[in-house]
Design a protein around this ligand. Structure first.
Ligand code: MLT
Length: 238
């Protein structure tokens, strides 16, 4: 199995190949939030890139989660906190979702052969899924406005380690080697390691640092959000 890691969406054209399995990773916070939605019974997630599109869905009566610059958008039902999407509200419903970076990265990769959402919340379920069917996997880090986020890279390192622990030979790249080296430094206490990071500071500035601790917990869910190219919706992979 080949594993590669694209550290920023801006570099994706140089990392993507045909027949790739792409894993979109936005550790803080979109990936964990999308996992929480499906874990809490949402029937599907409709991701949109623009606020305008999200507003149209809202006027059409959909439940909408919308965030920009880590803040909930005023017209939306929810922001980008995994705690916003409670089972009693989202179970059985389709949720429309737009964020600053996570849903943009998803939009870029939507014509991939296979497209999953990954993060620490579902790392084991994701590894099992990838071990089932993937020859070549690219971890696409959402970053922040095309800038590198260290937490997304750390996930890439943890995931590479998880795959090799499961006996998968992960012939990687320098990006994967960097991610694995970083993960060795951070794995004992990722939250402490990330406290100086750009996005953690942004979450603090907006009073949502509590989400960060949750987003770094491993295997809080067993769902793997999987993109369906026909109807452009994310559902829990079978
Ligand atoms: C994003 O999609 O950029 C992030 O998840 C933003 C956030 O943490 O709200």
């Amino acid at each position: 199995m080949l594993l590669d890691l694209c550290p920023s969406p801006a570099l994706f054209p140089y990392y993507r190949k045909e027949n790739d399995t792409v894993i979109v990773v936005d550790v803080f916070r979109a990936s964990a939030t999308m996992c929480a939605m499906l874990h809490n019974g949402a029937s599907a997630i409709i991701t949109v890139a623009s606020i305008e599109k999200a507003r149209q869905y809202k006027s059409a009566g959909f439940l909408v989660g919308a965030e920009r610059k880590t803040r909930k958008c005023d017209f939306a039902d929810f922001g980008n906190s995994p705690f916003d999407y409670k089972r009693e509200i989202v179970a059985g419903k389709e949720v429309v979702f737009t964020t600053t970076n996570g849903t943009m990265a998803l939009e870029m990769a939507q014509d991939s052969k296979q497209l999953f959402i990954g993060t620490f919340s579902n790392i084991d379920a994701l590894a099992d899924k990838c071990l089932e069917s993937s020859e070549r996997i690219v971890v696409l880090c959402a970053g922040w406005n095309n800038r590198i986020n260290i937490e997304d890279i750390l996930f890439g390192g943890a995931f590479a380690e998880r795959l090799s622990e499961n006996g998968a030979v992960t012939a990687g790249s320098d990006a994967v080697r960097i991610a694995r080296a970083l993960w060795q430094q951070a794995k004992d206490n990722p939250l402490a390691y990330l406290q100086q990071s750009d996005h953690y500071q942004r979450l603090i500035d907006n009073g949502v640092e509590g989400d960060a601790a949750y987003c770094l917990q491993q295997n809080t869910v067993s769902v793997v959000p999987c993109y369906n190219k026909q109807d452009k919706k994310l559902r829990a992979a079978k």
